[in-house]
Ligand binder design. Structure first.
Ligand SMILES: [Zn+2]
Ligand SMILES: [Zn+2]
Length: 182
């Protein structure tokens, strides 16, 4: 690989700065693949994305907003981050969404908080989950599909247990694919 992948983290709506800073730091330090920056501006959450019946936000509208409002010419990938529950048609919820082999991805931190499952806050666990979902969605933008290895970061998370079982790293097969794709 010639150089690291330049990733811009773009907050959508209010999110604690500290947690975004830590995510960027972990993306840079734990995987030798990314050079991550954080956008200083915040994109407002589009109101029309909210579905009052589901009390969730329609992810494709958020993705479009991310695409329209980010000046991304200096970056290879743009990772939106939002603290709202996201869905797409046919799924109860999603942890994130990405353009396969594209540039844009989003993760929702809503269901990554232990409090969502009635547990006590756990910053370390929360951050670990964020890292996994961020790497997973960026992996899709690189062109990776889901991996059958349940410990690989590209394994599909049907629920939070899947996320907790998998690691934040790509398995050897996925890593080999990355080097081919880049
Ligand atoms: Zn996926
Ligand atoms: Zn894999």
């Amino acid at each position: 690989m010639k150089s690291k992948i330049k990733v811009l983290i773009q907050p959508i709506g209010e999110i604690r700065k500290e947690i975004i800073r830590k995510l960027a730091q972990e993306l840079n330090e734990k995987l030798n693949l990314f050079n991550t920056s954080i956008s200083s501006k915040i994109i407002p959450i589009p109101k029309e994305a909210f579905n009052p019946l589901r009390k969730q936000y329609y992810s494709p509208i958020i993705m479009k907003e991310l695409y329209l409002r980010t000046n991304s010419k200096d970056y290879d990938k743009v990772l939106g981050i939002i603290d709202r529950d996201l869905y797409v048609k046919g799924l109860n919820f999603i942890f994130g969404e990405a353009q396969l082999g594209g540039k844009y991805a989003i993760i929702s931190i809503h269901r990554l908080k232990p409090q969502f499952y009635g547990q006590l806050p756990n910053e370390q666990l929360f951050l670990e989950r964020m890292l996994k979902e961020a790497v997973h969605e960026i992996g899709h933008t690189i062109g990776l599909k889901h991996c059958r290895n349940k410990y690989c970061v590209m394994h599909f998370s049907n629920n939070i247990l899947d996320t907790d079982i998998k690691g934040y790293k790509f398995c050897e097969k996925c890593l080999a694919k990355i080097f081919k794709l880049l």
